[in-house]
Design a protein around this ligand. Structure first.
Ligand code: ATP
Length: 434
């Protein structure tokens, strides 16, 4: 079975909680057939139930997911709300029509999937599963129900200093994690920073991301959104990935604290000149520590630009208590990092999480006879989807999805004037530098 480590238990051998009511004192003759597990019921419905089959045919269901209304759309995709039929969790289904993708778009899509597969961080949208039909590809993603940062600022205006710190710290945490495993996002912008209802940041849209063998590899593809593009991209040079993401974070930070973009122009040519000349002014009312951070990031020469670690240590972010994952950013996944950690308290917690997931899988009707610590890795398996959703639930229960806090934070009751950046949402572009 795809996914390997977990299997659907045959009805006879089922020992899940659903069969615990069976008493050993009852003779085999008195026993009716054991109750179906949720998984058995669902798979039976998918084969025999008329309504379920019709839903599958018309696209109201795909794999184990019920498909509901549209929540967004991108250049090549429509994003719909989905529900897992077994765990009942909400997910975002990014739907791509394969027949409308040219070879370049297909290449980017497969890169997006493979890069997302290796990302597991509380501030990065998690890829749960990939479902493929003859004409469509469905990326089953962690759902972020709080909208995107661009819409938030366009509607409510610039963020307060503390709100900016909390959001920026999470973006930084995600980028630090990605860069540590050599993944470059290349399309950071407010539209791609999603928020959950509890204010947790989820960096999304890995359509232009790339994984390099080491951080000194030079890249030559211009991608991203022009107002967020670093000067070296406009100079048609080969460029290093990490400083380009850092520059985009500087533009994002400027946008968060002022509600306006640092580089604005009516034409791409004029924008290019502004960016190359590094012509921007930070309003004087922006707090000094934040101004210093912006100026340290938005430097024309990538070699002089702040590195992610310098940003982490800056004065402005000093009062921020980072999410717990910051403790072990160099490791490939928070869960794995905890497992590999020599700190026994963390290893113990990981054991508990694994145990919770195992027992939930059994309750649903998956057998866990195979290696107890086996973690399904194949994204095109329904078992992987359930496993990752349950793991995500268990980690959420442990507060892994909570935003950081600012120590000694004082809520500012004075709402600063709305200077919303009402411009068009930024469209990302891709072209190969000559
Ligand atoms: P673009 O053309 O802007 O690069 P895209 O085709 O790559 O877009 P996405 O940016 O991934 O598509 O998604 C489009 C929109 O769908 C987002 O702006 C957002 O509103 C919504 N969306 C995407 N992923 C999620 C998610 N995980 N949770 C909630 N909404 C989402």
């Amino acid at each position: 079975m795809p996914g390997g480590e977990y299997e659907v238990e045959p009805t006879k051998r089922h020992h899940s909680l659903h069969s615990l009511s069976e008493s050993s004192e009852t003779g085999p003759d008195d026993e009716g057939p054991p109750p179906l597990t949720p998984l058995q019921k669902l798979t039976a419905d998918m084969c025999k139930d008329e309504k379920t089959i019709k839903d599958l045919i018309v696209g109201r269901r795909v794999g184990f997911y019920k498909v509901r209304g549209e929540i967004g759309c991108g250049t090549f995709s429509r994003v719909k709300l989905g529900f897992h039929a077994l765990t009942k969790d909400k997910v975002a289904l990014k739907i791509l029509d394969k027949t409308r993708l040219d070879s370049q778009a297909q290449r980017l899509l497969y890169k997006e999937i493979s890069n997302m597969e290796c990302l597991h961080h509380p501030n990065v949208v998690r890829l749960f599963e990939v479902v493929e039909t003859p004409s469509r590809l469905y990326l089953v993603l962690e759902y972020a129900g709080g909208g995107d940062l661009h819409s938030r600022i366009a509607t409510d205006g610039k963020l307060s200093d503390n709100a900016s710190k909390i959001i920026f710290a999470q973006i930084l945490s995600a980028i630090k994690y990605m860069h540590d495993i050599n993944v470059i996002h290349r399309d950071l912008k407010a539209e791609n920073v999603l928020l959950t209802c509890s204010g947790c940041v989820k960096v999304a849209d890995f359509g232009f991301s790339t994984q390099v063998s080491n951080r000194s590899v030079a890249l030559d593809t211009f991608c991203g959104s022009p107002p967020y593009a670093a000067p070296e991209l406009f100079r048609d040079e080969c460029y290093l990935g990490a400083p380009v993401d850092v520059w985009a974070m500087g533009v994002l930070l400027f946008f968060m604290v002022t509600g306006t973009m640092p580089f604005r122009a009516e034409t791409i040519g004029k924008l290019r000149r502004c960016v190359i000349e590094c012509a921007y002014t930070v309003p004087p009312w922006v707090p000094g520590p934040c101004q210093r951070l912006i100026k340290g990031i938005l430097k024309g020469d990538p070699a002089e630009r702040h590195a992610v670690d310098q940003m982490l240590g800056c004065d402005w972010l000093l009062p921020v208590q980072f999410p717990w994952t910051m403790a072990t950013p160099e490791l490939s996944s928070p869960l794995q990092s905890m497992l590999d950690s020599e700190r026994s308290d963390l290893a113990e917690e990981v054991e508990q999480v694994e145990e919770e997931v195992r027992s939930s899988l059994e309750e649903l009707g998956f057998s866990t006879e195979h290696p107890p610590n086996g973690r399904p890795k194949d994204s095109r398996s329904a078992v992987t989807g359930v496993y990752r959703i349950l793991l995500h639930q268990a980690q959420k229960r442990r507060g892994c999805d909570s935003p950081p806090v600012v120590r000694g934070m004082v809520r500012d009751p004075k709402r600063e004037g709305l200077r919303a950046y009402k411009g068009l949402r930024h469209t990302s572009k891709l072209c190969v530098l000559s």
